[in-house]
Every structure is written in structure tokens, then in C-alpha cells.
Design a protein around this ligand. Sequence first.
Ligand code: CO8
Length: 257
Amino acid sequence: MSYETILTETRGRVLLITLNRPKALNAINRQLTAELIDAATRADADPGIGCIVVTGSERAFAAGADVKEMQAASYADMFAGDRFADWERFTALRTPVIAAVAGFALGGGCELAMMCDFILAADTAQFGQPEIKLGIMPGIGGSQRLTRFVGKSKAMEMCLTGRTMDAAEAERAGLVSRVVPAAELAAEAMKAAETIAAMSLPIAMMTKEAVNRAYETTLTEGVRFERRVFHAMFATEDQKEGMAAFVEKRPPRFSNR
Ligand code: CO8
């Protein structure tokens, strides 16, 4: 399938998806949503891809949902269309996904970054949920995920006032894993993605599932889930290979089995 609002490039075992609506600061419209989710779900089904990187431009990761597209919608349009439900296919991806964010990550852009597994930020990144200024609120998880990432006080302030957070504050607050100079963002994101893609894919998928479980359940249930998955890893060839390689002082050759 050819895409018009995103660019895709496979580099070894990494799929790089670049949001590409520069004139609209990568505002997320229906087409971009469909194309991004299509590219990501195809990669998820491809054992040759071990990590996905989602990025934007130097100026904007994404400045939000496309306001011009939503502006005239009625309640019935929003309810019947239920287009935000499509994002459940994105959050269900099993392949690790990194958001590499420079510039604006606002509204749906911040929400998209938070739907990825972790966020690497350029020092130019700005995060915010400014929807309230438009007479709406976050609609694809922002009120929930931002609160889990940065705590109630900061999330409430950001959602109620629409103020943005710079990269340094986002790192202090735990929203992003790391901040790097803008010129190094692409290389750092690829380095992290290649590191992940060199691991055993099923083990990485199980690890992602276990970490995500921390957001969905109690500590006791989460630890129990972790233990079951940990035990199951001993049924994989990659556990045998990983430990044999360590003992034999050589790099592992994972077979993804
Ligand atoms: N939607 C549509 N177009 C946009 C958007 C947007 N979210 N953001 C920027 N653009 C367009 C502008 O309209 C402008 O186009 P044009 O040249 O045709 O007028 C172009 O991008 C460049 O923007 P600016 O001229 O405004 O650039 P500035 O550098 O002056 O300002 C800002 C940059 C501060 C980012 C400013 O553009 C802005 O405030 N944008 C809107 C941010 C916002 O409110 N985002 C939240 C949108 S609502 C939302 O995300 C709801 C989420 C729930 C559903 C999510 C589903 C995916």
C-alpha cells in the first residue's frame, strides 16, 4: 500500500514511520490515522521487524488531531464514526514502538506519543494537552495516560490550562525516557530501536506485555502475571541461546523461537 501522509522506511529490522503533513504540522486526520495504523499493524505481523519508530519533523511530532477536519462534526458524527476506537489497534501492537519526538507534541500528538512504548525527546520537544482552549478535552487517552505518567497535579494543570511542558520538565516528570540534542534524535532513536530489534522478538513482546500490565492491574496480579510469563520464557529456544551465549562468552544468536 502506498501512503500519502506518512513515509515508511525499513532499516534492517527497524520500521521507521515519519508523519508527513508538514503544512499542517502533522495534524492527525483520518487518512494519517488509517495509514499509520495500517503501516504499524503490517509491521507487527512481520517477523522481520523487531521495532517500530514513529517520528515527525524537526518542527512538529504532531500538533494534534486535525481541528479543521473535526470542526463541523456533530455528536452523531463523532459517536457513530467512533474513529478514535481505531487507535485500540495501535495500542494492541505487540512489536515495541518508540516515539521520537521533536517540536510540538500537542493534543492527539501528545496522546500518540504516549501510546508508544516509550518517548525519546529532542531538547526542542513540547508536550501539551491544549484541547480545552478549543472547547474540548483529550479524546484518545490523554486524560488517562498523562495522569499515569506525570501524576494528577501536573496532568490536571496541563489539561485544565492547556500549558505545555518542555523537554526538561517532561523528563523530570517521567513522561519521556531521555532527552537528547535535536540533531541527535534520529540517530539515538535508531540506536535504541536497533538494540531492541537485535533481541529475541517473542521475548521483547512478552516483556512489553508485562510492563504494560503494570498500568492495567494491581501489583499482586501484575507480579503474578510477570512470574507466569517468566516461567514460559524457559520454553523458548532464545532463553537457551541467550544463557548459553553468556556462559560461553559470545554474542547471542537469537532465532525468535
Ligand atoms: N489541526 C489542523 N491544522 C493545524 C493544527 C491542527 N491541530 N495545528 C497546526 N495546524 C496548521 C495551522 O492551521 C497552519 O495552517 P495554515 O498555514 O493553513 O493556517 C499550519 O498548521 C501551521 O500552524 P501555525 O501557523 O499555527 O504555526 P505556529 O508556529 O504559529 O503555531 C502551534 C504552532 C502552537 C502548534 C499552533 O499551530 C497550534 O496551536 N495548533 C493547534 C494545537 C492544538 O490545539 N492541538 C489540539 C488539537 S485537538 C486534539 O488533538 C484532540 C485530540 C482527541 C482526538 C485525537 C484523534 C487523533
